[in-house]
Write a protein of this length. Structure first.
Length: 189
């Protein structure tokens, strides 16, 4: 009987065998099961994001998710609200795309689209102060989810900087994060 592999033998991917790639896929599968833990860790780090607002980026995210949950949004939308600014520390100029990329295999196309474009749509609230077009989002006017993204920013983003708001703690959302990230539904490379 073959000994279970501890590592593969190859040092160039082109030399790998099927057994080795099956073994690596299993390793990756086990690792992916702890994705919710890593996401919650990354969210907790938003406590140390840039200052200036009356609340931290973590508190902003918790307010966003809490408001979505209180409005009766489904689990995907609540988790998307929780994660919508998770890209801030590593993708300061493309944070919407980063959050959307994390969510994409696990959520509907609609929720993915809303998160991917929330940065542009959110600019409605400040772009005109910099002599930029606050309505730049209207390039997507004909998209079926245009109004959903307008609503996301209005109800779960631009209004989530309130130091007097009582938000749910991060751990409240753990079961929802675990549920949404349990299995990818749209898988590609
Ligand atoms: Fe954002
Ligand atoms: Fe935000």
């Amino acid at each position: 009987m073959n000994q279970p592999l501890k590592t593969v033998d190859f040092i160039h991917m082109e030399d790998g065998t099927k057994d080795e790639y099956v073994f690596l896929t299993e390793q990756e599968h086990v690792y992916n099961k702890s994705l919710p833990d890593r996401l919650l860790d990354a969210l907790s780090q938003l406590e140390h994001s840039f200052g200036g607002y009356k609340v931290s980026r973590l508190e902003h995210s918790l307010q966003s998710a809490t408001r979505a949950w209180e409005e009766g949004e489904d689990e995907e939308m609540v988790v998307a609200a929780l994660l919508h600014d998770i890209g801030d520390p590593l993708a300061p100029h493309s944070h919407s795309e980063m959050a959307a990329a994390i969510l994409r295999p696990y959520v509907s196309e609609r929720v993915h689209w809303i998160i991917k474009h929330h940065g542009l749509f959110q600019a409605y609230y400040y772009a005109h102060h910099f002599d930029r077009d606050r309505n730049a989002r209207d390039v997507h006017k004909d998209n079926p989810w245009y109004q959903d993204c307008v609503n996301f920013c209005a109800n779960y983003d631009q209004n989530c900087f309130d130091p007097d708001f009582t938000s749910k703690p991060l751990e409240f959302f753990r079961p929802m994060v675990e549920s949404v990230f349990a299995e990818p539904r749209n898988f590609d490379y």
